[in-house]
Design a protein around this ligand. Sequence first.
Ligand SMILES: [Zn+2]
Ligand SMILES: [Zn+2]
Length: 281
Amino acid sequence: MTRKHTESRQTLSDYHVHTSLCHHAEGLTSEYLDQARLKNIPELCFTDHAPNPHGYDPANRMALDDFAAYQAMIRPLQKSESPRVLFGVEADYYPGGLDFLRQWLAAHSFDFVLGSVHYVGDWGIDSPAEMHRWRTADVPDAWRKYFLLLADLADTHLFDAVGHLDLPKKFGFVPPEQDIAGMAGPALDRIAEAGMSIEVNTAGLRKPIGEIYPSPLLLRMARERGITICFGSDAHKPGEVGFEFPAALRLAREAGYTHAARYSRRRRTLVPLPEAAANNP
Ligand SMILES: [Zn+2]
Ligand SMILES: [Zn+2]
């Protein structure tokens, strides 16, 4: 392929990748960047799991003392023009975490803050180590509580986008679709009111459910509410950068989307979606 051809090829940006600081991702940040270059990804936003002082889920995130190392890892990469590198974070919404998060997010100049819920009560709903709890759980009740937390997350106005909107489906414990729509609707209303985006996250394709987050129905519901989208691979290793983005693009187009959100210094602009199948595999 000629260089000219490469440059003219428009592709999606990846707004959700991790680093080894979270203890469950691997590879060097330079290797993530190399993958983004290979796949013609225009913007790569690092969104590693945010630290906290509460002892909340320490096994899956950097310690507060590691945050300087995170900055030292990412900031020099921002000299790169192709891809452009953004400084972001995936911050959990959890009861009791808000006061800290409010001041901590304001104290650092992030480009993008992804807001996620990974816990319902004391249960890490997407943790492989706690997957067994789904077998005995009241599945619809767990989903209902999850979407209530997402609605509360939106009301904080602390985040730019919601991560993996229907994460509870990860292991395949899924209520009827119409029931999910009924539970998700009020959360989507609040996400729309907050002016947030949601991400189209391809990690679900690597999990037992084998589906992108969110489902086609939920993505259409988001579109109907005027909620903007960004795209994320949730890469935990370099080879996962831009994972299955052609499928994500198809899903977005089928839901009626024509634009993607991009962020810089937490300000959103919209860019047209590339033509279908424009992303490299
Ligand atoms: Zn997550
Ligand atoms: Zn993630």
